[in-house]
Design a binder for this molecule. Structure first.
Ligand code: CTP
Length: 406
């Protein structure tokens, strides 16, 4: 379908970047990037006219997103070249050939283009040794200024290295180390740094990448108190186990994996140091409230549970639920990863899997019908009913009615 529209608008059209890289590596990647040697918006609109989809166009960058009915998105860009007026700043952009478009990219392995027009369909463009580096399992930049122009590429390099099981080329590693030494990371805006870090922390197992960031001096550029020692390593291992367990529960509430690992990394940090790193990385406020504000309170709750661990099995479910009420999943999983107490882990898992969502069968209207006064009393009685249900003091609707009447 893309081929027909490409031929109609008379432009060369290619699939590029990570999609082609992963295709050659036989790795699944549904994130298809299309470039058009011509006007991407015209191409996207023509495509959308003929298929069940809409277009969101960005006139300034001459790019478009094609959005299909099922929510799938296809990014379409016009081939362009970029030049940087200063390190770390966003680039200036100009229309260019496919070859120049590929040259502006971060690493050779990301410079492949797959032709999509009918007459050249499936032809692979490889101007910069991408296939050689895929074969050598090497991450290599295209030119010496790559990390200087865009220091976020240093984080991308580590991410690809660890995700694909590749290794930085020697020259590339030297360039990266000197860019670190010259402190180029400090020229990157906080949001872009935050974005790179969260992508790494959202990987299936982020520990090797975090460890490599430390070795290259990049972790200290984000926070000079972050260290990868045996304790942090163990926390990451336990956090991965807890996240995996949570995933298998299919609770329907997705967790932000990066938050759990961010907490592991920041384990030794004081509240002030945590606030400082959150500020430096522009962590969104809602997460700062949890990372800085909640952490201390939740750790206290867990210390108390650990202190009482011998008696925990005798605790009523309502009592445990009361203590854990309001704590978000990310923080619960972090605390589960941190605790050495099996009894505490069991109590938290019961809370998450069985107790947290327990509700009484009666609702507010039922209580009013039973003669409970309107207002705050309704909430109080509902809470009592929920506790009674948690502790198996009531099981049927009639039990609840009797409970209210008594
Ligand atoms: N790119 C770049 N410099 C950056 C970010 C991106 O040169 N700082 C280029 C890369 O060549 C990449 C393309 O833009 O192939 C698209 O970026 P992105 O979607 O982030 O990369 P993918 O390679 O698709 O990575 P992933 O598999 O993680 O999606």
């Amino acid at each position: 379908q893309i081929s027909s529209v490409a031929d109609e608008v008379g432009c060369s059209v290619y699939a590029v970047g990570g999609f082609v890289r992963d295709l050659l590596l036989h790795k699944k990647n549904l994130d298809v990037d299309i470039v058009v040697e011509g006007n991407a918006i015209d191409f996207a609109r023509r495509f959308a006219d003929q298929h069940a989809c809409r277009v969101r166009a960005h006139e300034k960058f001459v790019t478009a997103v094609v959005i299909f009915d099922d929510g799938y998105k296809l990014d379409v860009a016009s081939t362009r070249t970029e030049y940087y007026l200063e390190p770390g700043a966003l680039p200036n952009v100009e229309e260019a050939s496919i070859k120049l478009d590929l040259y502006r990219r971060d690493f050779t392995i990301n410079t492949l283009a797959l032709a999509l027009n009918h007459d050249s369909y499936g032809e692979l463009l490889d101007y910069f040794g991408a296939q050689r580096d895929l074969h050598d399992k090497a991450i290599r930049v295209l030119h010496n200024l790559s990390f200087v122009e865009d220091p976020t590429r240093m984080f991308r390099a580590v991410r690809f290295e660890q995700r694909l099981g590749f290794k930085l080329g020697m020259h590339t590693e030297n360039l990266l180390r000197s860019a670190v030494e010259m402190d180029f990371v400090q020229r990157v805006g906080p949001l872009r740094l935050f974005n790179e870090l969260t992508i790494i922390l959202n990987e299936e197992n982020p520990f090797p990448a975090i460890s490599r960031l430390e070795e290259l001096g990049l972790l200290a550029c984000l926070c000079d108190q972050w260290r990868v020692d045996a304790r942090v390593k163990e926390s990451f291992r336990q956090a991965q186990k807890a996240l995996h367990w949570h995933e298998l529960l299919y609770t329907g509430s997705p967790v932000e994996r990066w938050v759990v690992y961010f907490l592991c990394l920041s384990q030794p940090l004081s509240d002030d140091a945590m606030a400082a790193v959150c500020g430096k990385l522009s962590v969104p406020q809602r997460w700062q409230d949890i990372l800085v504000g909640e952490r201390c309170r939740v750790m206290k709750v867990f210390h108390r549970l650990e202190r009482d661990q011998q008696k925990l099995a005798e605790y009523r479910p309502s009592e445990v639920s009361q203590r854990l009420k309001g704590i978000g999943d990310e923080m619960l999983l972090y605390a589960m990863a941190r605790t050495h107490s099996d009894a505490v882990r069991l109590a938290v898992s019961q809370y998450l899997t069985q107790w947290r969502d327990v509700k009484p069968l009666l609702n507010g209207d039922d209580l009013i019908a039973l003669g409970v006064d309107r207002g705050p009393r309704i909430g109080e009685v509902l809470a009592l009913l929920r506790d009674a249900r948690l502790d198996a003091e009531v099981s049927s609707r009639q039990d609840e009615v009797d409970f209210v009447r008594s």
